[in-house]
Write a protein that binds this ligand. Sequence first.
Ligand code: RET
Length: 277
Amino acid sequence: MIETTAAETSGVVLSSGPQADLFSQIAGNPSLSASLWLNIALAGLSILLFIYMGRNIDDPRAQLIFVATMMVPLVSISSYTGLVSGLTVSMISVPYPGGGSEEVLIMWGRYLTWTLSTPMILIALGLLAGSNLTKIFTAVVTDIGMCITGLAAAMTTSSVLLRWFWYVISCAFFVAVLYILLVEWPADAEIAGTDEIFSTLKLLTVTLWLGYPIFWALGSEGLALLTTTQTSWAYSILDIGAKYFFAYLLLRWVTDHEGVIGNLASGSLGSATPADD
Ligand code: RET
């Protein structure tokens, strides 16, 4: 028998099954939905704005920064589309430290897509700082380690201890990323002559990125002091700053200072050479 649902008559064709149930659960919670749709809208606007801002960039290193930065809203719009559609979320029985467990909606797609978006942010920052390839590689692989083990933490249901052990492993990877951001790249950026913009972006990045593990611990994946909707809003707001605002500041600077980036490239990707070297 073919049933006609409200969604079908309104133009959204729904099938039945677990994914459709998750879709309905999200769509039926206006605040949760808004936390996701807001990011889809902002990612879309950012993509259009950034294409416009980058239209005249000629220098290859500046273009590379531009491409890496453009990927951030592109991954984000895909990520949030996965979440609203019910594709990358699941009901998971989360064990809590106090004992007992609860069936909660886990947005695991976030951790998966951070694996693609956060390396782009780091590549852009590393290129801006005039970093060498070794440091960029190290930042990227430790960051991917952080995201994948964060995904493992969110998805482990067998043991509360192992769930938090994954969390600790993820934090250890994060420490390596923070070290490069706070110690290695500021020194490179000073030599490269990009230290002013680098220190602004470093401060923004480090402050906002620290919010993610904090909200993971407080949210429905961790101690459940926050509801799923509150956790989702926390990540969505952090994302707005860490992705679109970050990318806007970076691209605005790159378009205004293409020459500085161009001089950096006169060495190679491997060296942080002074602008007039
Ligand atoms: C998790 C939980 C486990 C411990 C740590 C985490 C860190 C996540 C971070 C995410 C940053 C995401 C950004 C996304 C933009 O697209 C995985 C939450 C350390 C730092 C900036």
